[in-house]
Design a protein around this ligand. Structure first.
Ligand code: ADP
Ligand code: MG
Length: 224
C-alpha cells in the first residue's frame, strides 16, 4: 500500500467536502476517480500532495504522514508524485526540454543524468524529436503528452491526473489514457480523475466515486 486515507474529514469554510473518507491504493494500481462537478475530486488530489491537510483523520503516502509532515518535507513528497492538469500548465517561455529539466533543478542530479531523464521521458510520450519546440507549437494532445513526460521525469511512485482529457477530443483522450496505461504497466500507480465514461469503460481498472463526502467503490462492466 502506498497511499491511505483513514477517516478523513475536510471542510472549506462553510462547505463540507469530506467526512469519514477512507481509501487505499496499492503500488502499481490504476484507479479512476469519478464524481459530479464539485464533489471533491480536485480537493481529494490536493490532499495527496498535501497542499490541503485533513482536519480529522490521517493521510499517509509513501513515508509521509499528514499528521506529522513538515513544510520543508513537501518538496520531497512532491518529487514522488507526478501531477497532470486539464490545462497542462507548461511554461510557455521555454522549450520542451527546459520545461522538463526545470522540475529536476532542485534534485542535485548531474547535468548528464538530467539530460538522460529528460530525453527518456520525452521518448516515453513520443516527443523526443520535438524537444526544442515551444509549447505554442504543439496541439493540445501533444501538450498533455509533454505534461505527462514532465510528471515522469523524477520517476514518481504515483501519477495524479486531474481531468487530463477535459480539453481533448475523444481520439486524443484515448491516446492519453493509453500512455498512462503503459506507464502504469511499468509499475507507476495512477489516479485518473475524469468525467469521460467512454474512457472508463474502455479499461478495466478500479473506479472510485466521490459522493456525499465519501469514496465509494464502483463496479462497471468493461466494454465488449
Ligand atoms: P471537483 O474537482 O470534483 O469538481 P472540487 O474539489 O474542486 O470538486 O470542489 C469540492 C467543493 O469544494 C466544491 O463545493 C467547491 O466549490 C469547494 N471548493 C473548492 N475549492 C475551494 C476553495 N479554494 N475555497 C472554498 N471552497 C472550495
Ligand atoms: Mg476538479
Amino acid at each position: 500500500m502506498i497511499l491511505a486515507f483513514k477517516n478523513v474529514e475536510f471542510n472549506y469554510l462553510n462547505q463540507p467536502v469530506f467526512s469519514g473518507l477512507n481509501f487505499t491504493l496499492e503500488q502499481n494500481e490504476f484507479c479512476f476517480l469519478i464524481g459530479k462537478s464539485g464533489s471533491g475530486k480536485s480537493t481529494f488530489l490536493q490532499m495527496i500532495y498535501m497542499n490541503i491537510l485533513p482536519e480529522y483523520g490521517r493521510i499517509t503516502f509513501d513515508k509521509f504522514d499528514s499528521q506529522s509532515i513538515k513544510s520543508k518535507e513537501l518538496p520531497l513528497l512532491r518529487r514522488k508524485l507526478g501531477i497532470i492538469f486539464q490545462d497542462f500548465k507548461l511554461l510557455n517561455d521555454r522549450n520542451l526540454y527546459d520545461n522538463l529539466a526545470f522540475v529536476m533543478e532542485a534534485t542535485n542530479k548531474s547535468k548528464s543524468e538530467i539530460r538522460k531523464r529528460v530525453n527518456d521521458s520525452l521518448t516515453d510520450v513520443g516527443l523526443s524529436h520535438r524537444r526544442y519546440s515551444f509549447p505554442k507549437e504543439l496541439s493540445g494532445g501533444e501538450k498533455q503528452r509533454v505534461a505527462i513526460a514532465r510528471a515522469l521525469v523524477n520517476d514518481p511512485l504515483l501519477i495524479l491526473a486531474d481531468e487530463p482529457t477535459g480539453n481533448l477530443d475523444p481520439a486524443t483522450s484515448l491516446e492519453i489514457l493509453e500512455i498512462l496505461k503503459k506507464i502504469n504497466s511499468r509499475g507507476t500507480a495512477v489516479i485518473f480523475a475524469t468525467h469521460n465514461y467512454d474512457l472508463i469503460k474502455s479499461f478495466n481498472a478500479k473506479i472510485i466515486k466521490i459522493e456525499d463526502g465519501k469514496a465509494l467503490n464502483v463496479v462497471m462492466k468493461p466494454k465488449q
